[in-house]
Design a protein around this ligand. Structure first.
Ligand SMILES: Nc1ncnc2c1ncn2[C@@H]1O[C@H](COP(=O)(O)OP(=O)(O)OP(=O)(O)O)[C@@H](O)[C@H]1O
Length: 254
């Protein structure tokens, strides 16, 4: 994405944001609330909320410029999305199996082939007995199970890129650690390009290769993760790091 500008009612919410995501690499997108991380992520997916418009910005995939139609066609297929608070991402009235069937039908997979693929995907995200999950409704699963199921659905069409907006925020610490390990393994195994939006710098330290920092709708810093923690350049980056260390002490994972 080059030169993204988003507006609502003539007011700029995001301006001049350029980001590159490469396969096999994790880009951590950080910054305090309201900085524009979620809107930037939604703009990459072509899923901006009503009232927010992209007034500038060129999106390219493998060098080719994507218009809105091309972007919609790639969503879910080459670019998967995992959102915060997984419960809101499922239809509570239909089973997990139906969620998979609808997604897999996009690629013509139906019946026993679709069930086998759904079970393989659920196994890949750590479920030992996936056949037992498919008849369940979202309300019968815990938040951590739903987040893993959402990840499995996002991977169903074998995307090259995954955009994850605060994927661990609503989960307890043990489940957070499981989801992070899972993401780490998926990036390595599938050579995914992962955009990881997070408030949590320990998540960035653990997973990211590069870090981009947003403040007031602008990108104020982008650099390799090691450099970010050793020598953050922007005052906002230094403030984020100082706040993190004040809360959690010196121990950032290596
Ligand atoms: N639908 C909308 N209409 C108008 N303004 C919006 C809309 N959604 C978000 N905004 C505004 O755009 C700015 C960026 O919001 P955004 O949600 O992208 O920030 P964020 O960095 O993701 O914050 P958080 O970490 O709290 O999710 C904020 O000022 C927000 O109030």
């Amino acid at each position: 994405m080059e030169g993204l500008r988003l507006e609502a009612g003539g007011v700029a919410l995001v301006d001049g944001v350029s980001l590159a995501l490469r396969r096999g690499e994790v880009l951590g997108l950080v910054g305090t609330s309201g900085g524009g991380k979620s809107l930037t992520t939604l703009a990459l997916l072509g899923l901006l909320p009503r009232g927010v418009r992209r007034v500038a910005g060129v999106l390219r995939l493998d060098g080719a410029v994507l218009d809105a139609a091309a972007q919609a066609a790639l969503r879910g297929r080459r670019i998967g999305f995992v959102q915060q608070a997984p419960r809101g991402g499922f239809n509570p009235l239909v089973t997990l199996g139906r969620h998979f069937r609808e997604t897999l039908a996009c690629d013509g997979l139906r019946g026993a082939a679709a069930t086998a693929r759904a079970e393989a995907l659920l196994r890949e995200v750590g479920f030992d007995a996936p056949a037992r999950l498919l008849p369940l409704y979202p309300g019968q699963l815990s938040g951590g199970m739903l987040q893993r199921a959402m990840l499995a659905l996002a991977l169903a069409r074998a995307p090259d890129f995954l955009l994850a907006d605060e994927p661990t925020t609503d989960l307890d610490l043990i489940v957070q650690a499981q989801i992070l390990s899972l993401l780490e393994g998926l990036v390595a195994r599938r050579r995914l390009g992962l955009l990881l939006v997070t408030h949590d710098l320990s998540v960035v330290a653990r997973l990211a290769d590069r870090v981009a920092v947003m403040l007031g709708g602008r990108l104020v810093e982008e650099q390799e993760v090691r450099g970010f923690f050793d020598a953050p350049r922007h005052p906002h980056s230094r403030a984020l790091l100082a706040a993190h260390l004040a809360l959690y002490g010196e121990a950032l994972p290596a």
